[in-house]
Design a protein around this ligand. Structure first.
Ligand code: BG6
Length: 492
């Protein structure tokens, strides 16, 4: 048993999910599709949309023979009270979810918000507060409304800044005094890796009716990213106007900051630095308030600078992030000779021979708790801002045994090892707001759209073929996390 006494009294232990992976009810109460609704897994670069030449827009084109599990997900939309109650039994102090933009503004460009959508989040947020849980809210977790992408081309079009401003203003005014921790865009640093989901962008007009993404240029993606930055800065302004106690965080996938050079060859060391800058760009802009020199060099040399209009740079400088929210799942090794592939867990480069433990088949994500401490220290050295771990977890394919038990000892072990490193990082001087486990209840995987990749302390009876009763069942790790929270991380 490890003894740690470093977690502050008000440390936010809890869990995190995303509307599109948990709620289901994808067309209920006025909601229209968003980008993730057209994908079986966000790593799939072929969304189910096709180009309508006569109208000059992309349109939904769902194949009949594919099950989109996220459309029903785990039916949180109708069962959230039961689920939140179970999380409260674990002692959760915080719960992160996203508001599905398309429930509030179904197309994205309406003037008036959809009251039925707001009513759902009123109820959800009030339920969290009833159980003394801090709601932690992402304004878009890969959830740009489809109409904005299909009819405007998405975030490369400046008008989306205005639409998001309208949406976020409604939300801040509605939940002021109730929600303290906000994030604008989940894993904004995945914009280049997953441009459709993370940057909400397609080729517009199409150059190939079946290829919404393949022919996007760097310039178009940088333009979308610039608009996401401006939308984030404006949202921060609106949030401050609505509620001076609320805080805004940049949210990045920072597994990729734990990128180790394969050896001391200076080319590998510098290559690893450049690889990390693909992610640092986003926190550099949103925390420091300006574009760094290294991206300006890329813009210059590759002729891909976005259009920046008067006032933009002032907005970026003035409305920076109050804290840094990030996901961490694993580390990677950079080699100039390895292809650096990226998925929802981070990057996959060269295999690290020192990391012998991996997440179960078929995912095989290397387990590197010290990598989390490394990332936390790097972020603290660079920004000196509070950190919020808003995703960390382990996906396992599980089935209850004949006694209806799931003995997920690996999950408890993964949790213990990572929390130990959070404790070490606190001792190193990092300021940490909280630790939120990814998917405390089984949800649909973001990367692959499957159900069998389960992260939960709570099992949900739903399966890859769409079957299942949706019944909830506590796994053995439920009690372990409960004990961690009860002792404020003292006994791990
Ligand atoms: C993060 C995403 O990248 O990774 C989550 O923010 C996602 O939405 C999580 O679920 C884990 O990835 P996956 O593919 O295992 O669901």
């Amino acid at each position: 048993m490890t003894e740690t006494h470093v977690f502050p009294e008000n440390f936010l232990w809890g869990g995190a999910v995303a509307a599109n992976q948990i709620e289901g009810a994808w067309l209920e109460d006025g909601k229209l599709p968003n980008v993730t609704d057209t994908l079986v897994g966000i790593m799939n670069q072929h969304p189910s949309i096709s180009w309508n030449e006569s109208q000059g827009i992309w349109e939904l084109d769902l194949p009949d023979d594919i099950t989109f599990l996220s459309h029903e997900a785990v039916d949180f939309y109708h069962r959230f009270e039961e689920d939140i109650k179970m999380m409260s039994e674990m002692g959760f102090k915080a719960f992160r979810t996203s508001i599905s933009w398309g429930r509030i503004f179904p197309r994205g460009d309406e003037e008036e918000a959809n009251e039925a959508g707001l009513a759902f989040y009123d109820h959800l947020i009030d339920t969290l507060l009833k159980y003394d849980m801090e709601p932690v809210i992402t304004l878009s977790h890969y959830e740009t409304p489809l109409a904005l992408v299909a009819e405007y081309g998405g975030w490369q079009d400046r008008r989306l800044v205005e639409f998001f401003d309208r949406y976020s203003t409604v939300i801040f005014n509605r939940y002021k005094g109730k929600v303290k921790y906000w994030m604008t865009f989940n894993e904004i640093n995945n914009a280049f890796r997953m441009p459709y989901a993370a940057a909400g962008i397609v080729k517009f007009p199409a150059t190939d009716p079946k290829e919404p993404i393949a022919t996007l240029t760097k310039k178009e993606i940088f333009q979308a990213v610039h608009h996401l930055f401006i939308a984030s800065a404006l949202a921060t302004k609106r949030m401050q106007e609505a509620d001076s106690d609320a805080l805004m965080g940049v949210m990045c996938s920072f597994s990729s900051l734990a990128t180790y050079p394969v050896d001391c060859n200076p080319e590998n060391v510098f290559g690893a630095l450049e690889f990390k800058r693909n992610s640092y760009l986003y926190s550099d802009v949103m925390c420091r308030g300006h574009y760094p020199g290294y991206v300006k060099r890329i813009w210059r040399e590759e002729d891909c600078a976005p259009e920046i209009i008067a006032g933009d740079l002032d907005l970026l400088a003035k409305y920076t992030s109050d804290y840094i929210a990030f996901s961490y799942y694993r580390s990677t090794v950079y080699s100039k000779d390895a292809e650096m592939r990226v998925d929802t867990g981070g990057a996959k480069g060269f295999d690290n021979p020192f990391l012998t433990e991996k997440s179960p088949e078929p995912w095989n994500w290397p387990i590197d708790p010290l990598g989390l401490r490394y990332v936390m220290n790097e972020l603290t050295d660079r920004y000196e801002l509070p950190l919020f771990i808003v995703e960390n977890g382990l996906g396992i394919d599980e089935t209850p045994n004949e006694n209806q038990r799931i003995n997920d000892i690996e999950r408890a072990r993964y949790l213990k090892m990572h929390v130990e490193q959070v404790a070490e990082a606190i001792k190193d001087g990092c300021e940490v707001i909280g630790y939120l486990w990814w998917g405390p209840i089984d949800i649909v995987s973001a990367g692959t759209g499957e159900m069998k990749k389960r992260y939960g302390f709570i099992y949900v009876d739903r399966h890859n073929d769409g079957s299942g009763s949706f019944k909830r069942l506590k796994k053995d790790s439920f009690d372990y996390f409960k004990q961690v929270i009860e002792t404020n991380g003292t006994n791990l």
